[in-house]
Design a protein around this ligand. Sequence first.
Ligand SMILES: NC(=O)c1ccc[n+]([C@@H]2O[C@H](COP(=O)([O-])OP(=O)(O)OC[C@H]3O[C@@H](n4cnc5c(N)ncnc54)[C@H](OP(=O)(O)O)[C@@H]3O)[C@@H](O)[C@H]2O)c1
Length: 330
Amino acid sequence: MKNKQVVLESRPQGAVTPGNFRLVESEIGKPGAGEVLVKNEWLSLDPYMRGRMSDAKSYAKHVEIGEVMVGQTVGEVVESQDPAFRPGDKVLTPLGWQLAGVAKAADLVKIDATRVPASYYLGILGMPGITAWFGLNEIGQPKPGDTLVVSAASGAVGSVVGQLGKIAGCRVVGIAGGKAKCDYIVNELGFDAVVDYKAGNFDADLRAAVPKGVDVYFENVGGAILDAMLGRMRVFSRIVVCGLIAEYSATEPYGYTRLRSILVNRIKMQGMIVFDWKDRYGEAVKGIAAHLAAGRLKYRESIVEGLENAPNGLIGLLKGENFGKQLVRL
Ligand SMILES: NC(=O)c1ccc[n+]([C@@H]2O[C@H](COP(=O)([O-])OP(=O)(O)OC[C@H]3O[C@@H](n4cnc5c(N)ncnc54)[C@H](OP(=O)(O)O)[C@@H]3O)[C@@H](O)[C@H]2O)c1
């Protein structure tokens, strides 16, 4: 069997383009001792991949030109040279943008796909859900009655943050782009209000949605939205800086105008990277799984078909064309 892989062809200058990727065919290796051959079924597409395509200094190593694009997959074990895995096991892998690959057994996590679809381990029961759990609970520290605002609110992280905020007793307001996402956030996810930043009246709409100000802001976007939010924060409020997607492909830094609010309102603003909670991932997965099983969390996926369409899937995600967790069915 031939493998197909998507490798990084060139580093993007500004927005990612299809030319930054190349589809290649290769041989599939044989697993050695302590290794496992996995056939990938789902590839996760995530905003952090934009950062890995760049060689600017960051919290994780970048992808080299010619290397397989980084990413998590869910797949099935085909052949195992490790006693912990057997053919047929469903696993979470770091194999990246390819149809199959050989991984070290120590890098694989066995998943239970009998009660939820296997793809959930790339989304609500995976890295994005875990990010929402620790970012909100540990940094945001929501209390009943707080006003919580989350941006990219219909997405993989944001939708979980907002629903967990409702469970915690907050008044939850989402920020999202376009009517379909905004309707979903209020009607399906049960947020109290939503602001459509594409409707053309953002500052006034935001002010109307949070008349008493904001206690916790979960930031996924950055740029003009963060600048506007700084003007709405209450005294002793918290901002969780989880992502700045509006700035990932920018060629100039955004010029923030309201940093004074951090001082005047004694805002606590903290960056978060999910890896910092690596030792406690199980806690988040257990908590989210319990809410899912009880019907308290809703979840939606956005699916691109085929490895060859993964580049366009990522390009679309970075422009907000996804509606829910972005996946590639391999
Ligand atoms: N720190 C961590 O450990 C960690 C872990 C996971 C994710 N993240 C971050 O969390 C954020 C959300 O990630 P996700 O995986 O859940 O993705 P997602 O929200 O499912 O998809 C990205 C969303 O971002 C919004 N967006 C894109 N460009 C935008 C722009 N210029 N202005 C405003 N909104 C824009 C779009 O929603 P709209 O159409 O509503 O704008 C798009 O649907 C990202 O910033 C990501 O980097 C951080």
